[in-house]
Design a protein around this ligand. Structure first.
Ligand SMILES: NC(=O)c1ccc[n+]([C@@H]2O[C@H](COP(=O)([O-])OP(=O)(O)OC[C@H]3O[C@@H](n4cnc5c(N)ncnc54)[C@H](O)[C@@H]3O)[C@@H](O)[C@H]2O)c1
Ligand SMILES: O=C(O)[C@H](O)[C@H](O)COP(=O)(O)O
Length: 353
């Protein structure tokens, strides 16, 4: 079996070389029809667009994307061509929740927001949205959820219309997939009309896909004071992002909310498991992220401890200083672990949390 693998997928080399007869590693954006022509399977990230142009006439029968998002796969073409694809649901949801938690704590610490008096609206209550709701509850916030597909399926009263969130919330955070069309279309879900429907001058957070928010509408809303601030991890037209927007947001990061080493290891493991299932291969492999350099965190408060574990300001400062290095900042991302990898001691009592 011949497999082409995105060379930015970590912790995969040893395992995939055990599983496949031939493995070629290449940058995700450099997958060409010639490169994939004789491959049986691809293991990709968001930077490889899997469509007719890339795949027609190839031997490819299986694609695993080591991500939850799959808007870079033309699923209709794959179905027509008999190509099976998988994504990695939930792989990085705890990582995005960590990004949200640290960003919310920074809003409290640096912008004087009283989180426990705020209402947060979560648009998209899937793997990430559900974990963000848990984080927000733990911070004492009131949570409103919007999830049209789940509302249709579950007929539950848990969900509110987007209009209600727009009217009632102090923070709105997007966790939907990018759907370019259809009943649940999310492309430019936040457009001028959406921003005009806001009532409480909220803070906007987007870690879903850049195209879920109309950049010009977001800029207008920031400039006219319709919203009070923004935390933006995903951008239209990455990596050529709108730098005027970047300079106006509280935190602007290079699509790294899901980049904890834990999340990446999960994605790698899930992609390999799916590949082995598809080709009926039985092999043992262990995919584990490296230990943190300093696994014991000593801090005065839990907030301080969590920000020692992950502070998104560093990612934001690096991007604001060098927006042209968007892809490089992602490609050379430092080791980031989730809180389970640490032992947290709060002094002076040295209590464990
Ligand atoms: N920035 C990052 O690093 C990063 C990391 C992980 C995920 N993401 C993005 O965030 C998205 C969500 O991730 P997830 O793991 O929670 O995915 P998920 O599939 O588990 O959840 C998505 C939820 O959105 C809901 N939804 C779909 N269309 C909707 C609509 N029109 N209105 C309201 N809700 C809608 C779905 O019903 C589902 O519950 C991914 O698709 C991906 O694009 C980004
Ligand atoms: O969809 C996802 O899982 C995330 O957006 C993920 O972090 C994307 O990572 P990439 O493939 O762009 O490295």
């Amino acid at each position: 079996m011949k497999v082409i693998v995105d060379d930015k997928i970590p912790y995969i080399k040893e395992a995939i070389e055990k599983i496949a007869d031939q493995v070629i590693f290449a940058p995700g954006k450099d997958f060409t029809p010639a490169l994939v022509k004789n491959a049986d399977a691809l293991i990709i990230r968001t930077r490889t667009h899997c469509n007719r142009e890339l795949l027609e006439g190839s031997k490819v029968r299986f694609i695993a994307t080591a991500t939850i998002g799959f808007d870079h796969i033309d699923t209709q073409y794959c179905q027509e061509a008999g190509i099976t694809w998988t994504n990695a649901p939930g792989c990085n949801s705890a990582s995005v929740a960590q990004y949200l938690q640290s960003s919310l704590l920074l809003l409290e610490l640096l912008k004087g927001k009283k989180l426990s008096e705020m209402i947060i609206g979560i648009i998209g209550a899937g793997n990430v949205g559900s974990k963000v709701a848990q984080v927000a509850h733990e911070l004492g916030m009131q949570v409103l959820l919007n999830d049209l597909p789940r509302q249709d399926k579950e007929e539950s009263s848990t969900f509110c219309p987007l209009k209600t969130l727009a009217e009632k919330c102090d923070i709105l955070t997007f966790h939907v997939p990018l759907y370019k069309e259809g009943k649940y279309k999310t492309f430019h879900l936040a457009d001028n009309r959406f921003f005009h429907s806001l009532k409480r001058c909220p803070i906007i957070i987007n870690t879903s896909r850049g195209e879920v928010i109309d950049t010009q509408a977001l800029l207008n809303a920031l400039e006219t004071g319709t919203i009070s601030d923004a935390v933006i991890d995903v951008w239209e037209n990455e990596p050529e992002i709108n730098t005027t927007l970047l300079n106006k947001v509280f935190l602007g990061t290079p699509h790294i909310a899901g980049y904890s080493a834990d999340g990446k290891a999960n994605a790698t493991r899930m992609s390999l498991d799916a590949l082995c299932r598809f080709f009926h291969i039985k092999t043992d492999y262990q995919i584990t992220p490296p230990q943190p350099e300093k696994p014991v965190i000593t801090a005065k408060t839990a907030t301080e401890a969590y920000l020692q574990i992950y502070d998104p300001q560093k990612d934001s400062e690096a991007l604001k200083e060098h927006p042209e290095l968007f892809e490089k900042l992602r490609g050379c991302y430092p080791l980031r672990r989730e809180k389970e990898a640490y032992s947290i001691r709060l002094h002076p009592l040295h209590q464990k949390v």
